[in-house]
Design a protein around this ligand. Sequence first.
Ligand code: TTP
Ligand code: MG
Ligand code: MG
Length: 454
Amino acid sequence: MFASMAIPVNDPEHGFCRDCLRLQSGPVRRCERCGSPRLARHAELYGLHLAHIDCDAFYAAVEKRDNPALRDKPVIIGGGKRGVVSTACYIARIQGVRSAMPMFKALEACPEAIVIKPDMEKYVRVGREVRAMMQALTPLVEPISIDEAFLDLAGTERLHGLPPALVLARFALQVEKEIGITVSTGLSYCKFLAKVASDFRKPRGFSIIGEVEAQEFLAEQPVTLIWGVGKAFAAVLERDGIRLIGQLQRMERNELMRRYGTMGDRLYHLARGEDDRRIHADRDTKSVSAETTFDMDLASADDLVPVLRSLSEKVAARLRKAGLAGRTVVLKLKSADFKIRTRNRQLGDPTRLADRIFSTGLDLLRREMDGTRYRLLGIGVSDISDDGKADPPDLVDVQARKRALAEGAIDALRDKFGGKAVETGYTFGKGHRGRPARPDEDEGPEVQHPWERI
Ligand code: TTP
Ligand code: MG
Ligand code: MG
């Protein structure tokens, strides 16, 4: 039991070994038992219970596990139609290979890399195994993507006989032993900083951000560390002379809200390390989606509809890969002034068909084409289930009818906006204004965005 272990809570010198879990008595540099230098030590080590765990170079780690000959080689997972890197192992990263990099560039940087096509089914399976192990630690597990989740370990000391920090360190060792891949862990008092911490020292990291140091730590960090501040919003802030979170810390809430709307409110609080978002358990695969940010803001059906079709096809492909279907179609738009609109429609039964996703999305989109210029378009499905009940076979004719309806909608748009408004089976054409700005700005990581969980 924790109490009986006589851990000197909040003694900044106290710590434990991440390799053998032995408690350390003082400011030693190596474990007193096994000699490992991997010691966890922090003034709030035993008071924090909110964690974020993310697998290291996930797809590549799974492939290395399954083929030990790859272990010391640079490995890139990717290729396929998109011709970009899904992930690179840490050896390949040393040479500059990054996720979302076009494959030809990655191979320029690291010509000796071994390229492996993604095996999504396998990664989904391994991701679920890791998740099941997390769920054995606490019921409060909130998956964020295929390889990561938030965990709230508050109140689990009695169950485990250990404080959260030790439970998490033991978990990392257990994943290595039982699954054969590694994870990085962030421990903090809120979601925002737990996520930041898990990213901090990868791979096999274990980082802690406590309340005492949060503000000071954040002050020196770039604004892009804040959840929701991507390249484009960072550019807006940069234009206003804001680059570091410390600058946000010195601004009034009203001023931030006046300038950036609800995002300003988020900036105000997160910059101060204030984040009271709870862990929502059981959000296992809430939605599957795809989105894209445009080169320039777009308003017309001519520009938006083909993108919607292409994204719908991607969503359908992802659903098929993961064996899932969704019952509610969700359209997401971000206007030129960064306001987000989401629109939903529930279907009679779950779908995994591009046509149904597209036609429903199109219906929703038409109502929003009111002259507003958009910088981002996304489409997805929520109300996720296994695909067993999707698009029932006895509705085949209905499918045909729906397809016809969709085509009807396209025809209607063609009539309204001219012959070139829509091309079915559209792939981003050469020089089309709606094409993604850069390959890495495509619809984003396959299963990364909180909005697109697998
Ligand atoms: P991440 O957790 O973002 O990355 P990672 O696990 O590969 O590496 P890290 O050690 O930095 O966490 O994403 C998990 C998986 O999602 C990744 O292995 C492959 C996939 N992915 C893509 O397919 N495309 C992308 O652009 C990104 C970022 C990830
Ligand atoms: Mg990862
Ligand atoms: Mg991840």
